[in-house]
Design a protein. Structure first.
Length: 508
C-alpha cells in the first residue's frame, strides 16, 4: 500500500517536471546532482574527519599520559619519603595543569583500581582539600580487565572503559613504576560526544559555508550558461511559429561552432529552402492556373462556336486543329504533374534496357520536323551520330531528350540547333545547343533546374511551360547516376548537356 502511494507520487512529480521549461529542468537537475555530490562528499568527509580526530586525540592522550606518568615516577622516587605532602601537591597540580591543557580528565589510580590522585583534590591555593577525598573520582573503580592492561604497559581504548561509564570515552593509560615496582597507572580520558561535537560543528560550519557559496556560484553560472544555451532554441521556436503562419523571413543567429551552431545553420538552411519552395509553390499555382485556364477557355470557346454555328463549317477544321493542340498541351501539363508526384513519392523506378541512344535522339527530332521547318531552324550534328548503345531506362531518357529538344526549338527563331554525342569508356555525354535566340543570364542558370521555375517570365517564347520539364530531367539523370548542366553566354546561345555512366555493352 505504502509502495503504491510512493509510486503514484513519483509519477505525479515526473509528470509535473516534464511540463517545466528547459531552463527549470536544467537547473533542477544541476541542483539535484550538486546536492547528491555534496551529501556524498559530506559523508566521506565525516568518516575521514572522525578517523582523523580519533587518531589525533588518541595520540594526544597517550603522549600526555606518558609524560604525567614519567613526572609522577620521578616525584614519587625522590619526594615520597622526605616530603610526602609536597609530592601529592605537585602531582595533583601537574594533573590539573595537563587536564586543563588538553581538555581531558587525567588521574592516577592504585593497583586495585581506586583513584588516589586527581586534579580535583587540590584547591586553588594549592592545598589538599577534604583530606584528599574527591566526590567525582571517588566513585570511579577501574575494572580489573582494564586495570591489568594498564598496569602491564601502554594502553588505549575507545569505549565505555569496561562498562564503567554509560557513554563512549577515549582513554589512554601508562603504568607508574617506582624502584621497579608498579605502584599504579595514570589515565587520561576524554568523552567522545562532547569533544568531537565541538570539532565536528566547526568542520560542518566550514563545509556548509563552502558548499553554499559553491552552490550559489554554480547556480549563477549554470543559469547564464543555460540561458545562452537555450536562446537559439527559443529563437528557433519563434521562427518556426512564424513559418507556420506563412512568414519565412526570420532567421536564427549562428553563435560559435559547436553542435548547436550546426543545428542553427541547418535550421536556417531549412528555412531558406522552405521559403524558396513556398515561393516556387505560389509561382507554380499561378502558372498552372494560367496554363489550365488558357487552353480550357480556348477549347470551350471554339467548341461552343462550332456548336452554335458562330464558326462557319469551312473554318471548323482549322479551329478543331487548335483545339487538338490545346488538348495536347493540357495532356503534357498533366503528365508533368504526375511525373513530379511520382518523383516526390519515390514511385518513379528505373527500368534499364539496352538501346541505341543516338537513334532515340534522331526519332525525337523527327517529332519536331514541322515546327522546325516552320521556324526555319537548321539542325546540325545528326549526320555525325554513330550508334551508341547504353544500359538505361529508354522511356525516361526519351522524356529528357524530348524536353531538351522542345526547349531548344521553343526558344529558337531562324537559328541553329546542334546535337553532339561523345562516348568514353567511363560515360556518355549528350549536348543540345541552340543559337539565334535570347540566352540565359548567369543568375538564372543556377535555378533553371528548380521546380516550377521559369526563366525570365517576361519573355514571350515560353508561353506553354509550367517550369517542371528541366526539374524532371535533372531528377531522371541523377537517378541514372549522371549529371546535367546548362551553359549560356547570356545573349546568343544556350546549351544543355547531360552525362550518364557508360555501360560496357557491345553494339548490336
Amino acid at each position: 500500500m505504502q509502495g503504491s502511494r510512493v509510486k503514484a507520487y513519483a509519477r505525479r512529480v515526473a509528470q509535473k517536471f516534464s511540463h517545466q521549461s528547459l531552463l527549470v529542468k536544467y537547473i533542477s537537475v544541476f541542483f539535484a546532482m550538486v546536492m547528491i555530490c555534496f551529501l556524498l562528499l559530506g559523508a566521506t568527509l565525516g568518516v575521514f574527519m572522525t578517523r582523523h580526530w580519533t587518531s589525533q586525540e588518541a595520540t594526544l592522550l597517550q603522549e600526555n599520559a606518558f609524560n604525567v606518568a614519567q613526572n609522577t615516577q620521578q616525584v614519587l622516587s625522590s619526594w615520597m619519603r622526605s616530603e610526602p605532602q609536597g609530592a601529592v601537591v605537585f602531582i595533583c597540580s601537574n594533573l590539573a595543569t595537563v587536564s586543563e591543557a588538553i581538555d581531558a580528565d587525567v588521574f592516577m589510580c592504585d593497583p586495585n583500581g581506586t583513584v588516589i590522585l586527581c586534579k580535583d583534590q587540590l584547591s586553588p591555593s594549592l592545598e589538599i582539600r577534604q583530606n584528599g577525598k574527591c566526590s567525582v573520582h571517588e566513585s570511579y573503580k577501574i575494572p580489573q580487565e582494564i586495570l591489568t592492561k594498564a598496569l602491564s604497559g601502554r594502553f588505549y581504548e575507545r569505549g565505555t572503559l569496561g562498562g564503567m561509564f554509560d557513554r563512549t570515552y577515549l582513554a589512554a593509560a601508562e603504568p607508574v613504576v617506582v624502584n621497579g615496582q608498579t605502584v599504579g597507572a595514570v589515565f587520561a580520558m576524554e568523552p567522545v560526544s562532547g569533544s568531537f561535537k565541538a570539532y565536528a560543528l566547526d568542520v560542518v560550519r566550514m563545509f556548509a559555508f563552502a558548499s553554499l557559496m559553491s552552490l550559489a556560484v554554480g547556480l549563477i553560472i549554470i543559469y547564464f550558461f543555460t540561458v545562452s544555451l537555450i536562446r537559439p532554441l527559443n529563437e528557433m521556436s519563434r521562427a518556426a511559429k512564424a513559418y507556420a503562419s506563412g512568414d519565412f523571413s526570420p532567421r536564427v543567429a549562428v553563435r560559435g561552432s559547436d553542435e548547436l551552431a550546426e543545428l542553427t545553420s541547418a535550421f536556417n538552411r531549412m528555412a531558406a529552402s522552405l521559403a524558396l519552395q513556398e515561393s516556387s509553390r505560389r509561382s507554380f499555382v499561378a502558372n498552372v492556373s494560367h496554363e489550365l485556364k488558357t487552353p480550357m477557355t480556348t477549347i470551350g470557346g471554339f467548341i461552343d462556336g462550332i456548336l452554335d454555328g458562330t464558326i462557319p463549317p469551312e473554318k471548323q477544321q482549322e479551329y478543331l486543329r487548335i483545339v487538338s493542340d490545346e488538348t495536347k498541351r493540357l495532356a503534357r501539363l498533366v503528365t508533368s504533374m504526375l511525373n513530379m508526384a511520382k518523383i516526390e513519392a519515390g514511385e518513379l523506378q528505373l527500368q534499364p534496357k539496352r538501346f541505341n541512344l543516338c537513334r532515340e535522339i534522331f526519332n525525337t527530332m523527327l517529332n519536331f520536323e514541322q515546327i522546325i521547318e516552320k521556324k526555319h531552324i537548321e539542325i546540325e550534328g545528326l549526320d555525325k551520330l554513330q550508334p551508341t548503345f547504353i544500359l538505361a531506362d529508354p522511356d525516361m531518357l526519351h522524356q529528357v531528350i524530348y524536353n531538351l529538344v522542345d526547349n531548344a526549338v521553343k526558344f529558337t527563331e531562324n537559328g541553329t540547333i546542334s546535337v553532339r554525342v561523345s562516348q568514353t569508356p567511363a560515360d556518355v555525354t549528350v549536348s543540345i545547343r541552340n543559337s539565334g535566340a535570347v540566352g540565359i543570364s548567369s543568375e538564372e542558370l543556377s535555378r533553371v533546374f528548380e521546380r516550377f521555375y521559369k526563366v525570365d517570365k517576361s519573355r514571350s517564347y515560353d508561353t506553354k511551360g509550367a517550369g517542371l520539364g528541366l526539374y524532371i530531367c535533372k531528377t531522371i539523370i541523377e537517378m541514372h547516376g549522371g549529371e546535367i548542366r546548362a551553359q549560356s553566354d547570356g545573349s546568343e546561345y544556350v546549351e544543355f548537356s547531360f552525362t550518364i555512366p557508360n555501360q560496357p555493352l557491345a553494339a548490336e
